[in-house]
Design a protein around this ligand. Structure first.
Ligand SMILES: Cc1ncc(C[n+]2csc(CCOP(=O)(O)OP(=O)(O)O)c2C)c(N)n1
Length: 591
């Protein structure tokens, strides 16, 4: 079939089963937008800033398991997308990004709106292409989707010069194609798996450390099966939240800088760590030389570059988490019982759990943890997706929202991108229209992307935007309080922050301010039932801190806070007394 490059692009996306594109038009992509005009199968969601096209496509991918697609123009459109790409890159999210480019004849001449986006994004994409021969386009798109979703997923960028969009080709979508030099390994080495199985059955204090790789490879059932067979406690990373049910008796919830005391104690005391789909990030390991001193480490990852990158693996297994866990379970089942006795290990862990539960101070103020806990309680039996901003709000969401299903918690892990929450909620809601989608956000984070309220309004997306409004860049303030002697430098947001209710109103959205702790549950209940967009501005205790906390550069079992009634909480209580004397009346901030 004879058609233009732009039409071939859209046709190829249809062939890939793409049903939604998040994008923003401009000069060089006019032919592509013109081709989209006639397309009946692909919905285009017009975001209000290209960064958010990236985040929406990213969260759409995480919420659905499909490849997220975004489309932007050249120059500033493409550079605006850079954060979206870096975010997807750091969190290994399958995404195809299409950028317009100036015509091939003027490439490299600083033509109007020219930016060398393939150069700029080389280190933050799994691969990128600059189309110089339009006949290659269908094959490039086929390869791009394959690269994005296979092996360790990631974003792939296709830069499309305007003359390539206008040139004509005989369109045929390739059935067979190869990607020279690319061959991800899915099946783990049999000998290594056998060795790992032996260790797992012999360990007295094993622990499974599960990450985003479990969700990417949809290995949650295999993980649960294995954990139950070997009776190993499971701790998840921020990216792995939902890979194992938070409320499962074997769950230790999140580990690391703001993980639970019991997860951090358990990993430090363990004799065997089964690490799956994780990368031993510094937020998890703390002081790396002190990490898990007694443990033998089995590391399963589809990306060989991750093995022994930060922590040496004694038994490395390169392969897809689902395939390897299945084989590992089979190998474990072949070993004769009884396996090593873990009674003492479980007793110890249960004691830690009892002694150091996640907790917070409850008084007359709205504690942000309480808001998250209430969201968790009210959505417990519903298909729910939580997205988050970055900062304290994100950590409270990770700690106090109990996620029992995969693809239910979407957060910016590796890049820690403030502003991710709202566009991520847009992408998640469009990908999972029947789910309850709640963006748990910070007053600072949301101000980086508040223009996306227009996208929410235009598409009538029934998203609940729950702002934990502390009037601060809270996480930075927390560090300044704890490590910079209370010197609060440039973190007070009180002056200048808009009245979020009026802001919602300006976009035609419903807004509710909550100033009384008694109203939290009722307002949330109504919002969940309403199935319409609503912004809730929770005026939370201003100087609440996230605990436990591993101070930077220390070992993860040297945590601050998180002990009910102990020193650091008392310190905080005193601080709160002072705080109550502050002169701002709750509920008027930002007006
Ligand atoms: C784009 C970006 N800029 C700066 C930071 C550094 N940073 C991390 S947390 C944080 C404060 C976040 O404040 P807010 O969104 O109000 O959330 P809170 O911590 O108060 O819950 C900042 C500035 C970041 N993570 N991302």
């Amino acid at each position: 079939m004879r058609m233009t490059g732009a039409e071939a692009l859209i046709k190829s996306l249809e062939k890939e089963g793409v049903d939604v594109i998040f994008g923003y038009p401009g000069g060089v992509v006019l032919p592509i937008y013109d081709a989209l005009y006639d397309c009946k199968t692909i919905r285009h969601v017009l975001v209000r800033h290209e960064q958010c096209a990236g985040h929406a496509a990213d969260a759409y991918a995480r919420a659905t398991g499909k490849v997220g697609v975004c489309l932007v123009t050249s120059g500033p459109g493409a550079t605006n997308l850079v954060t979206g790409l870096a975010n997807a890159w750091m969190d290994s999210v399958p995404m195809v990004a299409i950028t317009g480019q100036v015509a091939t004849a003027v490439l490299g001449t600083d033509a109007f709106q020219e930016a060398d986006i393939t150069g700029i994004t080389l280190p933050i994409t799994k691969h990128n292409y600059l189309i110089k021969d339009v006949n290659q386009l269908p094959t490039v798109i086929r390869q791009a989707f394959e690269l994005a979703r296979s092996g360790r997923p990631g974003p792939v960028l296709i830069d499309m010069p305007s003359d390539m969009s206008k040139a004509e080709i005989d369109f045929k979508y390739p059935e067979d194609f190869t990607i020279p030099g690319y061959k991800p390994v899915y099946k783990g080495h049999a000998k290594q798996i056998k060795e790992a199985a032996k260790l797992l059955t012999r360990a007295e204090k094993p622990i499974i450390y599960a990450g985003g790789g479990i969700i990417k490879s949809e290995a949650w059932k295999e993980l649960k099966d294995l954990a139950e067979i070997i009776e190993a406690p499971v701790t998840t990373t921020l990216m792995g939240k939902g890979a194992f049910p938070d409320e499962h008796p074997l769950s230790l919830r999140m580990l690391g800088m703001h993980g639970t005391r019991y997860a951090n104690y358990a990993i430090m005391d363990s004799d065997l760590i089964l690490a799956v789909g994780v990368r031993f990030d510094d937020r998890v390991t703390g002081k790396i030389s002190a990490f898990a001193p007694h443990a033998t480490i089995i590391h399963i990852d589809v990306d060989p570059a991750e093995i022994s990158k930060n922590v040496v693996a004694h038994v490395p297994i390169v392969g897809d988490a689902k395939t390897v866990l299945k084989d590992l379970t089979a190998a474990v089942n072949k070993i004769e019982k009884p396996y090593a006795d873990k009674t003492r290990w479980h007793a110890m862990i249960n004691e830690w759990k009892k002694k150091y539960p996640l907790h917070y101070h409850q008084d007359g103020q709205i504690r942000p943890e309480y808001v998250v806990e209430t969201i968790s309680k009210l959505t417990k039996d519903k298909d729910t997706v939580i997205t988050t901003g970055v900062g304290q709000n994100q950590m409270w969401a990770a700690q106090f929202y109990s996620c029992n299903t995969p693809r239910g918690f979407i957060s910016s892990g590796g890049l820690g991108t403030m502003g991710f929450g709202l566009p991520a909620a847009v992408g998640a809601q469009i990908g999972r229209p029947d789910a309850v989608v709640v963006d748990i956000d910070g007053d600072g984070s949301i101000q980086m992307v508040s223009q996306e309220l227009a996208t929410v309004a235009a598409n009538k997306l029934p998203i609940i935007i729950a702002i934990l409004n502390n009037g601060y860049l809270g996480m930075v303030r927390q560090w300044q309080e704890l490590f910079y002697n209370h010197r609060y430098s440039q973190v007070d947001l009180n002056v200048g922050t808009p009245d979020f209710i009026k802001l919602a109103d300006a976009y035609g959205l419903k807004g509710v301010r909550v100033t009384q702790v008694e109203d939290v549950e009722g307002v949330l209940k109504k919002a969940i039932e309403a199935r319409e967009p609503v912004l809730i501005d929770f005026m939370v205790a201003r100087e609440e801190n996230v605990f436990p906390m591993v101070a930077p550069g220390t070992s993860i079992d040297e945590m601050l806070g998180g002990i009910p009634g102990a020193a650091i909480s008392q310190m905080i209580d005193e601080q709160e007394e002072e705080e109550k004397d502050e002169t701002y009346p709750v509920g008027t901030r930002g007006k």
